[in-house]
Design a protein around this ligand. Sequence first.
Ligand code: MOS
Length: 743
Amino acid sequence: MAKDKTFTVGHTVKRIDAVGKVTGEAVYPGDVSMEGQLWMKLRFSDRVHARVVAIDTTQAAALPGVVAVFTAKDVPNNEYGLTMLDQPVLCGPGSNSIIPGADVVRCYMDCVAVVVAETEAAAAEAVQLVDVTYEDLPAVFDAEAAMAEGAPRLHADHPNNVLCHYRIRKGDLAAGWTQADVVVEGEYYTGYQEHAYLQPEAGIGYIDDAGRVTVIVAGQWVHEDQEQIYHALGLPADQVRVIYPAIGGAFGGREDMSVQIVLALAAWKLRRPVKIQWSREESILYHHKRHPVRIRAKWGATRDGRVVAAEAIVIGDAGAYNYTTNKVMGNANLMATGPYEIPNIHVDTYGVYTNNIPCGAFRGFGGPQGAFAAEGQMNKLAEALGIDPVEIRMRNALQEGSLLSVGTPLPPGVSIPQVIEACARESFWKKGDIGWSRPQHPQPDNPALRRGVGFAAAFKNVGFSFGAPEQSWATVELYGQTEIEEVVVRHAGAEVGQGTHTVMIQMAAEAAGVPFAKVRLIGQDTAETLNSGSVSASRMTFMAGNAIKGAAEQALEKWRNEERPAVATYQYRPPATTPYDPETGKSEPNFAYGYVAEAVEVEVDIETGHIRLARVICADDVGQAVNPQLVQGQIEGAVVQAQGYAIMENLISQEGRILNPYLSTYLIPTILDVPDEVKSVILEYADPIGPWGARGMGEMPFLPLSPAIVAAVHDATGIWMDFIPLTPERVVAALREHGLGVI
Ligand code: MOS
């Protein structure tokens, strides 16, 4: 074909938002100001678990400049939540809410009052003058303690605080143990993680020209934000509008509401623009985190390295509200036995309410916690059997047609064996007559430094799982007379910094057969687009691509029939998925996956406990790299974020209170910490139903890094450290316990 492919699928195109972000011209929610705007401050709970007996707003309201103080009784329908309406917008007496106990605060993140004033300073001063009378309730801060008989209960409808429990029962576990020649057991612990996106929560609410309550804010799904706002305000959908300008990162942390509902409430009541800007401290204190998870696992294998039995108990601390816990833990449940075909499996996974900060979506969505245990078990089995870690994975990797733990095959396009081999070949391994092996790794001259190498693999779903409704709309408009002069694409998908808008334009150009420069995108505004689903679950390239492709095909058909402009709107619906069977977990959990493997080299300073991540080799099957440089960017970004998760980021929560809500005390990787090398090995085994074969890939490079680091630390020191983050203090303690380092 003579068509110039330079600006379409498969080529690195410069991002459409690059210049604005580099020059500072890009407008983020905090940059938007309006004539006559007011300022908002939120009064968060002073207690970790208490009944709010009374709220006296007299003093606050009397402060000069204060325009309004809102409390629970001002919210028409006082409940919200992405997958479950279990959280009051404002906690306090006298509210109209379906939640039993909307007058109860269950964590420090709960909000009891909203102050709106002429200036930010007046709002800040007044918010402290709101006088709240509490009646303390007993609290619980440990997930297992919260499940115990007699523990304080957070939600009346959840005995033992268990908000979800998933079971997997495959094969005959007892028979599996009898076949096993070796059995390894481990207890794994993963900590909190803070999203630490560059742009803290901010936004402005106002009444637009059409009289709609409008919020300009950062999020991951404009239509979902709209839905939660119109529910809380008791308005029809078309009376509420949500617009995203530039978004300074999300990573799952913007899947749930922060300032959306309260901004809309104030703008709706006051008919004036109302602005809010959170500080970094507020951002860290008041948005959800990645779930801390404890996993007890026991796996058995035959002498030749076949895993024949796997058992795990997975317990996630949900914090005080669900957020997306029921979905995240579902994913952890599926991924706790890894991308391996194991005939006999028992897994029990729990999400448990506590009075800690709520936990929810964060890149990987339960997958990193599951993979941490699964890959740890696989690496321990390799050690116990004297089989190379790559070789043992190749003997167990899921194949086309293999049955998952949930008793059904993966969708076609399974490539985990190829991905594992590509990662091994591109890193430290060689394939010989007896399979994969690795030469002795060279050690540094400094005796305090020990180098080691580790390997891990994972799979990550693309799209919503377990029967959740899944779809995406796109509209393609073709303008011109004899030839197509302009293509307008309407798609609501959020550009959270990953480059999705550039990729959507590439896919539209490819589908319409025009150069990149002829395509214009209208996006992320509920008044201009139809529902696209969220930017989450590594789904946007896959879902938007199929939607845009379908719309473009229909628009081209109309173009050929002489319609001018030729406009088509198309809804893509992937194959249906099904929920877990409550007894056995049997299900068709997902319609597509990406596959990933990582090899790492670390250097452990046995005197200081400092771990230096020296090299990472990351092989990802992305199906089709629509924009190879953006794929590389996702790999490098995910690796560095996972590096923080594994060895640096230590969010300290004491009795429900976060003690280090600052980037000076909660340390994330900087340029001085990143690996010397991150080698991206981009593989393109087409997904049969992906657009141009593309899978999703935003999350998968995150998953295997922490278990690969743990394996490398073991290779360097001989010690399994099954807890992250591996901060220097913890590493030193573990080393000394084993007689290593300076005693
Ligand atoms: Mo995500 S963690 O699926 O936003």
